[in-house]
Each structure stands twice: as structure tokens, then as C-alpha cells.
Design a protein around this ligand. Structure first.
Ligand SMILES: Cc1ncc(COP(=O)(O)O)c(C=O)c1O
Length: 432
């Protein structure tokens, strides 16, 4: 095993092939000829170990809304790290101050509980909803991603439509009992939800929804209808704000849409790239987690080694100070809109049947005629063509995972716009 660890004996890819399944970190495999290993990030740019530079539209999967290594965030993290990387079991000042800040800023949050990842936050939210309602089932939407756990992995990557209400299984290894507790409905379709609720209201604990499902924005009236349906049926409404929280708007999609859920999961931007996520919601629900209630029948267990990690909490507080400055979101979203408009001109000039689509600072190039409103629209698009274009862009220095929705940060500016348009133009030529 010793020799594996000597970098001069073996290249980094070869080493990764030997010790990581698929030589990767998760669900994404890049084509063999464009693999690279990052060494550093600054602002909107990444550099690999061979010195090549990339414009970064992955942004740590959306966590880095201020770009890489934003100085006040780095300073806050370094300052806290020097005074202690982690404390477990009792409180740290950054953990308390961040909780107070989130309760102030998130409309649905009378209290929060910490988690380490977005997946853990959605799992806690579902568990809380089950405990609070005494019901087992959760309704999600076809094509929505809620993380890596067994409850979430239903019809996340459907290969065909029309699997509602039972959904398609997304992974081997999920127990049948878990699968049986999840239902699915088509996104942006309140009537389908009402049909399911009519039949299953006494079994349903919650509806969990992404307010922007991947790249599809919720129609405002869809979220309003979900709120009404939940109020009428005693089902809890969970917003999965792991992506939209403090990205679509300060406070989250619930501020943008003016619809307040019962519970909401946050991660990515909340965490500032560190190991921190949370669930916010009504106090009477979150208080089920109060450890002084251990032994009561509806006490909800939540606990984790890294919960409330002070380094991530300090970094997040520094980031929220920046995000709270007036005009930040207008500038970020305006820049996203303007970049997409310029990208659209290039796609049109090359005669490609594609759209450069953005919702706030989320964006993607999709091969379809009009903005998607449903998973059916997404599946009717030409995903292979989109992937071909994204791969060509990546070869020329744009880091955006092929076929995956991407993110702007506040550090993307005119130089990135110019480089992006130049790369897109060359990439369109390459696939045409
Ligand atoms: C909407 C949504 N929920 C949950 C998650 C899971 O978060 P994590 O990857 O931090 O576990 C993600 C991750 O991409 C997400 O996009």
C-alpha cells in the first residue's frame, strides 16, 4: 500500500482509478480525454494541477455564491479554525449566532436544527414531518433531487414518465419498505397532487418540493396551491431549499415566492462550502428534537459529529454579511440574465435548436424550443446534444458538468462573460 501513496511512483489519475470507484467523488464521470485534477480556486476561476485555468460554473455544486476563497469568508474561517476546528456536544458561539441569524432571515424558521449536508437536512425534515403527523408517507415530485438517502431516491432520474404515484427506484440497495413510503407527482401540476391527496391524505406526512426543480421554476400558483392543499389536509409542506436558500433571494425561495412552508431544508450556500446544513421550521415541530424529550413517544432523534461546526458557521455568518448588502442579488441575477441573452445570440447564430435558460443565478443550455415547465419538457429535450456541447465547452476551459444545471457567483464578471462567449462560439462550431 505504501507505494500507492508516493506521487512520483504513480500519476494522480492512476492512483484515483485504483482507490476510488470510477476515479471520482460521486455521481459524475467525465470523458477520459478531459479529466483534470483541481489544485486551487479564486473568485470565478479554477486552476488544475497542470496549470490550466477554467471558468467555474459548478461553484462547489452551488455552495460558493461569493466565488472561491472570498476574503472575508476565508478570514472568518481561518480565525475560527485557529481557535478550534470543532466542538461537539455543547454549544459554540458561531453556532448560536448563525442559528439566530437564520431564524431572523428565513420566514418559516422559528427555530433551526443543524445538519452536516443537504441530504441529512431533507432526511431530518421528512422524519420530523412523520413524527409530527403520525403518518408515514411523503410525496415528492418526478425529477426532483433531495439528496443521497433511501427516501429521496425515488424518480429523481426517471427514465420514463407516468410512474406516479409510486415512482421509479433510482438505486440498488433501497429497502422495499422505504420505497413504499414515497409517492411521486408531476411538478407544477397541482391537480395531480390534489388527486393523490384525496386518496391518501390520512397516510401522508408531507409534500417535499424544490421551489426551483433543477432548472424548472415553480409557477407561483403551484406553490400557493401546495400551501392551500397542505393546510386543508393537515399534511406538512417542506421546501427543499438546499439549492434555492439564499441563492434565489436572501432568505430563500420562500421570500421570492412569498409562500411559507412548515419546514425547509438548507445547505450549500448555507455552509459556505463547509460541513453545515440545517432544517428550519415551526417551533412546535422542531421542538420534537429537544433532547430533554428523550423517552417521549414522538421525540425525534437528531445528532451528528459535525452539527453546528464552528468553522463552517463562522464562514457562513461572514458570507451572510456580504449577501445582505443592498443590490447583491439584483446584480447577480441581472448578470446571469445578460449572460444567457448573449449566449442565446450565439446559439441562434449557429442555428442550434437550444435555449440558454436562467432562473436567478441558476442556468443551463438546453436543447429544446421553450423554457421547461415539467419533467416531461426536460425529457422531451435533446439531452445528448446538450451534453456534446457542454463537453466541447469543458475542453475549452468552461467547468460546467455536462448536462447539469450550473451556477453564477458574484465574482463572475465581464472577463468571464467574454471568455464564455468565445468558448461557446467555438464549441457550437465543433458540434455543428
Ligand atoms: C435540492 C437539493 N436537495 C438536497 C441536496 C443534497 O445535498 P448534499 O449534496 O449536501 O447532501 C441537493 C444536492 O445537490 C439538492 O440539490
Amino acid at each position: 500500500m505504501d507505494t500507492l501513496l508516493k506521487p512520483d511512483n504513480v500519476g494522480l489519475f492512476e492512483l484515483a482509478e485504483r482507490v476510488l470507484p470510477g476515479a471520482g467523488l460521486g455521481g459524475y464521470a467525465l470523458p477520459e480525454d478531459i479529466r483534470f485534477v483541481f489544485s486551487e480556486g479564486a473568485g470565478a476561476r479554477l486552476r488544475d494541477v497542470e496549470g490550466r485555468e477554467y471558468i467555474d460554473y459548478v461553484g462547489g455544486a452551488g455552495a460558493l455564491i461569493l466565488g472561491h476563497s472570498h476574503p472575508p469568508v476565508v478570514e472568518a474561517a481561518q480565525d475560527q479554525a485557529a481557535r478550534g476546528m470543532h466542538m461537539f456536544g455543547t454549544l459554540s458561539e458561531p453556532a448560536i449566532r448563525l442559528a439566530a441569524r437564520l431564524v431572523e432571515d428565513i420566514p418559516c424558521a422559528e427555530k433551526i436544527v443543524y445538519a452536516t449536508t443537504g441530504s441529512e437536512a431533507t432526511a431530518y425534515a421528512m422524519r420530523l414531518a412523520r413524527a409530527f403527523t403520525g403518518r408515514d408517507m411523503v410525496l415528492k415530485f418526478e425529477g426532483a433531487y433531495h439528496g443521497n438517502h433511501d427516501y429521496a431516491l425515488t424518480s429523481t432520474f426517471p427514465t420514463a414518465l407516468g410512474n406516479d404515484p409510486h415512482g421509479q427506484n433510482d438505486t440498488a440497495g433501497r429497502p422495499a419498505g422505504t420505497r413504499a413510503t414515497m409517492l411521486v407527482a408531476p411538478y407544477n401540476d397541482a391537480q395531480a397532487v390534489e388527486r393523490i391527496i384525496r386518496e391518501r391524505r390520512d397516510e401522508l406526512a408531507a409534500i417535499i418540493v424544490e421551489p426551483v426543480q433543477r432548472i424548472i421554476p415553480a409557477r407561483p400558483e403551484f406553490l400557493q396551491a401546495l400551501r392551500r392543499i397542505c393546510d386543508e389536509s393537515g399534511v406538512l409542506l417542506i421546501f427543499d431549499e438546499v439549492v434555492t436558500g439564499f441563492r434565489l433571494a436572501y432568505g430563500g425561495a420562500q421570500v421570492h415566492y412569498d409562500v411559507t412552508p412548515d419546514l425547509a431544508s438548507f445547505g450549500k450556500v448555507i455552509g459556505a462550502g463547509g460541513p453545515l446544513a440545517c432544517v428550519g421550521g415551526r417551533a412546535e415541530i422542531l421542538d420534537l428534537c429537544d433532547p430533554r424529550r428523550k423517552g417521549e413517544p414522538n421525540y425525534v432523534y437528531f445528532n451528528g459529529t459535525l452539527h453546528g461546526n464552528p468553522v463552517a458557521a463562522a464562514a457562513t455568518l461572514a458570507m451572510l454579511d456580504e449577501l445582505a448588502r443592498p443590490g447583491i442579488y439584483d446584480r447577480l441575477n441581472g448578470f446571469a440574465e445578460a449572460t444567457c441573452a448573449e449566449c442565446q445570440k450565439i446559439l441562434d447564430r449557429h442555428g442550434l435548436p437550444a435555449i440558454a435558460e436562467n432562473t436567478g443565478s441558476l442556468w443551463q443550455i438546453l436543447f429544446m424550443a421553450r423554457s421547461p415547465d415539467s419533467q416531461a419538457d426536460i425529457m422531451a429535450g435533446d439531452a445528448a446534444a446538450a451534453r456534446r456541447l457542454d463537453v466541447e465547452c469543458m475542453k475549452r476551459g468552461i467547468y460546467a458538468l455536462p448536462g447539469v444545471r450550473r451556477f453564477f457567483s458574484t465574482t463572475h464578471g465581464e472577463p468571464e462573460l467574454a471568455d464564455t462567449l468565445r468558448v461557446l462560439d467555438a464549441s457550437c462550431r465543433a458540434i455543428n
